[in-house]
Design a binder for this molecule. Structure first.
Ligand code: IDP
Ligand code: MG
Length: 144
């Protein structure tokens, strides 16, 4: 087993419905540790940069408009197999297809406004974490 770090985002639909605390609660209850956390409001061009890999997808413009429509909570999570663990807690992209008990099943609105984001691989996490956080903003949360 390997300790990993992954990027988590509470998306605008969830922040606006006062679900940030509930989502962070689920993260901590699952044993993942929060090593960085902030609230921010992406510009349209920042959202386009973050979702660059999806530029050719039909939903790209709608997705970027939505992700820059209001504040998001961005966090770095750490733990054993944190990338897959966080993806499991999130559930499938489409809340209608997500497993019972997952965040997207319980709290997502639709396939776009699906409450949360998570890095999908170590390579993606290595790009996404520095997109939002500098080294001095990343903490090791294990009790000293
Ligand atoms: P993921 O967030 O589960 O990794 P991706 O395929 O990487 O899913 O898509 C990124 C985001 O784009 C999704 O979380 C969702 O907000 C949005 N999205 C994905 N597929 C669709 C779609 O078919 N219609 C509208 N939005 C979509
Ligand atoms: Mg993805």
């Amino acid at each position: 087993m390997a300790v990993q770090r992954t990027l988590a985002i509470v998306k605008p639909d969830a922040v606006s419905r006062n679900l940030t605390g509930e989502i962070l609660r689920r993260i901590e209850a699952a044993g993942l540790r929060i090593c960085a956390l902030k609230l921010m409001h992406l510009t349209r061009s920042q959202a386009e940069k973050f979702y660059e890999v999806h530029r050719e997808r039909p939903f790209f413009h709608s997705l970027c408009a939505y992700m820059s429509s209001g504040p998001i909570a961005v966090a770095v999570l750490e733990g054993e197999q944190a990338i897959g663990h966080w993806r499991d807690l999130m559930g499938a992209t489409d809340p209608l297809k997500a497993a019972p008990g997952t965040i997207r099943k319980d709290l997502g609105v639709d396939v776009e406004r699906n409450a949360v984001h998570g890095s999908d691989s170590p390579e993606t996490a290595a790009i996404e974490i520095p997109f939002f956080f500098g080294r001095v903003e990343l903490h090791s949360p294990v009790a000293q």
